[in-house]
Design a protein around this ligand. Structure first.
Ligand code: DGJ
Length: 736
């Protein structure tokens, strides 16, 4: 890993073993992009563009002959200077002038990686990353922009963010401050992203980009199930295992814009950042504004290569490191067993059975504070309904602990309903636009997290429940998009800040809560995966991926999320069949296999299971306890499949000593009788024992020829293979 300046200080080359990122300063003032991609040894000016004098164009104070700013690879582009493509930065000066011009001033290298105040971001020790800080300035507007590029030692990752400082004596309004802008040379690219809806998140969309702008976004107040704040640009021939990919992800939980523009010549500009349509930030003299962080991920080994980079980054440099070495508890969640209708007897029954089966954590979901068994009441007051749970949460926790289980509790802190005491006392604490009717979502309004007193109230509620240490786990839910996005406490000039201030308020609460109660494991949730983003993962360590627990749909949802998130971050529960969301039936084994490589839990009424089912569950849990120490840290791959009737996943230990392979046959279909599944992530030099069949195969054989499966007369069938490296066998025989 190194950040090297050329002798004449005109270029800088950020580099590690996998990637290179090169910029140049032209004429001492224009900061331009030269290269991002596979690592090169040195940059000596190769590939500099030749400009051609054209009509209907602009001329510039620049030494490059015939240069056109509309074709110039600006590193951090603005609008109004002859570059008519998507800008990364826009301000309005106090005079009303909507213009700024950023000229290069200086650059320097920082050891490690700076924190971003008030925002979640990847972290690294001094030896693990290096950061380039570049200063650009507009003295007339009194604006200084600091551009940050952190390169990690180990993988093809560059983390980006900017700081804007008002160095003048006028107030400026930031209209657009993107976290990342990237110039890519003209060629064919595919645009890949994850789209979805409630209960069907993480679907892959892939298309070839065309001239013009293609974009995905959220203006729903949170990152949303409709689009993940992620996209990848790649070669049309890129597959799971080969080809180049430029992955871009945003560490943020609010409105975002992610876009790629193919210009008139086919050059591509890619950007991600806070959505400018719902953002305007007033910056007074002396103040600074920090953007959230964006991740740039380069892989020359296809989508699996990109995923491995993201998984590594998030698991070791973003998610709370205090949970890294610890086994995640196998939980039983009450939601699909009881919904709102909870009581002590049910808790006791479930906990007793759960303990017998090997479950470690009981999570009491929604319902415990509701006046009735619907979502219509009580939200915001957080008083346990003692008619349902006599003795309150304290008693419930004692009961669960008494059965030898950890206790987890559900909250939806951001919501408030009209009938709550809180709303009666503080109607102005809800987001609202005076004079207009407020919009309900699941019978709720949202609290205005930009207000300090609201944040203090929520922290006091959490304190009340967490302070005596009886709660081991919190499920933090949020069940509606933001509407009426106005704060009763923000002055007129700051109204445009509310969407971002809401997210900053949420982060402040999570930061203070996790600092005070570091031992409490938090699961993020937002009607499933509606706020599943790396911003939340900085605090929550695992996220409920979808309200859809159907095994068949989960294969697609988890495959999609696995593009970016490590399996341990993705909550996956075995539920009842027929499935509550889809009515589909799958075998208990299929449901378990679909969850097994992810963050395994159960969400069903154990009293309704047969003895055989309970004993099967006990077997699954016992098996998972043996394998989770390596599985929860494993490398995850999506294997290529011979046709669309199959999906295949593989998890392999870090040293490739052990490996689980799952092959899902979606439907019985005689057309798909043959096919081979080449495996990823093994050591080709080693031999592996397949423990179910007792057969030994070479790693190279498994990777090049692959395994095969028979056609089974059953829909949603799963085939499982377990491989142990021959030299590791003795050790693992103790386990299997
Ligand atoms: C939505 C979540 O995704 C569910 O798991 C459950 O917690 C409900 N909310 C409770 O209201």
């Amino acid at each position: 890993m190194s950040i090297l300046f050329s002798e004449d200080q005109k270029t800088v080359h950020i580099r590690n073993a996998s990637v290179s990122y090169v910029m140049e300063v032209v004429d001492g003032k224009y900061l331009v992009h030269r290269y991002f991609g596979k690592a090169i040894r040195a940059y000596r000016g190769c590939g500099e563009p030749h400009y051609f004098k054209r009509g209907y164009n602009t001329e510039h104070d620049c030494s490059i002959p015939n240069v056109s700013f509309d074709d110039f690879p600006f590193e951090y582009p603005i609008r109004g200077n002859g570059d008519f493509r998507i800008p990364a930065f826009a301000v309005t000066q106090e005079s009303g002038v909507e213009f700024t011009e950023l000229s290069f001033r200086s650059w320097k290298v920082l050891k490690g990686k700076p924190e971003i105040p008030k925002l979640p971001a990847t972290f690294a020790g001094k030896a693990e990353a290096e950061t380039l800080e570049i200063i650009c300035e507009d003295p007339a507007a009194g604006i200084r922009v600091y551009l940050y590029y952190s390169v990690f030692e180990e993988k093809g990752i560059i983390a980006r963010h900017q700081r804007v400082e008002n160095t003048g004596n006028q107030i400026v309004s930031l209209q657009n401050v993107q976290s990342l802008s990237l110039e890519l040379p003209a060629r064919d690219y595919d645009f890949l992203s994850l789209y979805g809806t409630h209960a069907k998140e993480g679907n892959i969309s892939r298309f070839s980009i065309h001239h013009g702008i293609q974009r995905i976004e959220s203006v729903r107040g949170s990152s949303s199930p409709q689009h993940q704040p992620f996209f990848a640009l790649m070669q049309p021939q890129t597959t799971e295992n080969s080809g180049e990919v430029y992955g871009i992800h945003f560490i943020y939980s609010g409105n975002f814009l992610a876009q790629a523009e193919a210009d008139q010549f086919g050059n591509v500009r890619a950007q991600i950042g806070i959505h400018p349509d719902t953002f305007c930030w007033r910056l007074a003299p002396g103040e600074v504004f920090d953007t959230p962080e964006a991740i740039l991920n380069y892989s020359s080994q296809g989508l699996n290569g990109m995923s491995r980079n993201f998984h590594w980054l998030y698991q070791y440099h973003l998610m709370p490191d205090r949970f890294q070495g610890r086994n995640r508890p196998i939980l039983l969640n009450s939601w699909e067993a009881m919904y709102y209708d909870v009581n002590l007897e049910k808790l006791e029954e479930q906990a007793e059975l759960a303990k017998k089966l090997g479950v470690e954590l009981f999570v009491l979901d929604d319902g415990w504070f509701r006046a009735d068994n619907t979502s219509r009441t009580s939200m915001g007051d957080w008083k346990c309904n003692e008619k349902k749970l006599p003795g309150g949460i304290q008693k419930a926790a004692e009961l669960i602990h008494g059965k030898g289980l950890q206790f987890g509790l559900w909250f939806e802190p951001e919501a408030i309903c009209k009938s709550s005491e809180l709303y009666q006392q503080h109607p102005d604490w809800a987001l609202q636009v005076p004079g207009y009717q407020m919009t309900e979502g699941r019978h709720e309004y949202l609290l205005d997290l930009s207000r300090q007193e609201v944040r203090e109230y929520l922290l006091s509620v959490l304190d009340f429940y967490l302070k005596d240490g009886t709660i081991d786990y919190v499920k933090w839910d949020m069940n509606r998009p933001l509407t009426d996005v106005n704060s009763m406490s923000l002055v007129r000039e700051k109204k445009g800040e509310i969407s971002h201030r809401y997210v900053l308020g949420l982060y402040e609460i999570l930061e203070r809560m996790t600092r005070k109660y570091p031992q409490v494991l938090i699961e993020g949730c937002s009607s499933g995966g509606a706020r599943f983003d790396p911003g939340m993962l900085y605090y929550v360590a695992q996220n409920w991926a979808s309200d859809n627990t159907d095994a068949f749909d989960r294969v697609q949802i988890q495959s999609g999320f696995s593009l970016i998130y490590p399996p341990i971050a993705i909550g996956s529960h075995v539920s009842i069949t027929p499935n509550h969301q889809t009515g589909r039936s799958t075998s208990l084994n299929t449901r378990y296999q679909v969850s097994r490589l992810f963050n395994l839990g159960y969400e069903l009424d154990l009293t309704k299971c047969t003895e055989e089912e309970r004993s099967e569950i006990a077997g699954q849990i016992a098996e998972h306890k043996k394998e989770r120490s390596w599985l929860q840290k494993a490398e995850f791959y999506r294997n290529e499949t011979p046709n669309e009737n199959y999906v295949s996943w593989l998890s392999t230990g870090k040293d490739k000593e052990e490996c689980l392979v799952l092959i899902f046959q979606k439907f019985f279909n005689p057309l798909y009788a043959h096919g081979r599944f080449c495996l990823n992530g093994l050591n080709p030099e080693c031999d592996y024992l397949e423990t179910f069949s007792g057969k030994i195969y070479g790693g190279d054989e498994l990777m090049e020829i692959g395994v095969s499966v028979p056609l089974i007369k059953e829909d949603f069938h799963v085939f499982t293979f377990h491989f142990v490296r021959e030299s590791h066998r003795e050790q693992s025989e103790k386990w299997y």
